[in-house]
Design a protein around this ligand. Structure first.
Ligand SMILES: [Fe+2]
Ligand SMILES: [Fe+2]
Length: 204
């Protein structure tokens, strides 16, 4: 992906809005905070897969495919923790995640459980896609070569998760209906980003 322009990569992920270019510089200036925030993003990714499995044991394909992702996301958490240690930095407290909370607010309330389930998969796909886009920016524009490489690996991994969640949603919800709902999520996500302050201490 590294040869692509910002616009190409955003389009490939389906996202409607590229990240504000000031974000990488801000993130670089607050490494302890951004790594802390990143660590909790990985923890939440693992937790979210566990919750999906707990709540939907009858969805065998999903359980089978998400079980190894739990391990992978927790492995990511440990890698970020090791990176903090290596730099003599500390894991801070978890912050309120405005971005994720706003995405969750878009999930269908009431109605069919099936639709809420598909929404949940799409929210996960969207968080993976945006994380992938941001990891790509870090992998390209940070000063530190080790961190660039570190974030390149995360970018590749989260791109795979984005595709997996979108495939699962299409598999359970049907291609046409799911893609129509996906477009609604993409538009909504662009609105969220426009309304959130650009800060270097958070991944989203
Ligand atoms: Fe991850
Ligand atoms: Fe992921």
């Amino acid at each position: 992906m590294s040869q692509l322009t910002e616009k190409d990569s955003v389009q490939m992920l389906g996202l409607k809005l590229p990240t504000d270019p000031r974000w990488v510089n801000l993130a670089e200036m607050s490494l302890e905070d951004i790594l802390t925030d990143h660590a909790y993003c990985e923890q939440k990714a693992a937790t979210s897969c566990i919750t999906l499995i707990q709540k939907n044991p009858e969805r065998e394909r999903m359980v089978r495919e998400l079980a190894p992702i739990v391990t992978e996301e927790w492995g990511h958490f440990r890698q970020v923790l090791a990176e903090l240690d290596k730099r003599g930095l500390k894991l801070g407290m978890q912050r309120k995640d405005e971005y994720v909370n706003k995405l969750l607010a878009f999930q269908k309330k009431g109605g069919k459980a099936e639709e809420r389930f598909i929404d949940r998969l799409l929210i996960n796909a969207l968080i993976e896609a945006r994380s992938c886009e941001r990891f790509r920016l870090l992998s390209l524009h940070l000063e530190d070569d080790n961190l660039k490489e570190f974030y390149h690996k995360f970018m590749v991994s989260e791109a795979g998760h984005y595709r997996l969640f979108l495939d699962l949603a299409k598999g359970y919800g049907g291609e046409e209906k799911t893609m129509a709902r996906w477009q609604e999520f993409l538009d909504y996500e662009a609105e969220i980003l426009q309304g959130i302050e650009v800060r270097g201490d958070r991944m989203h």
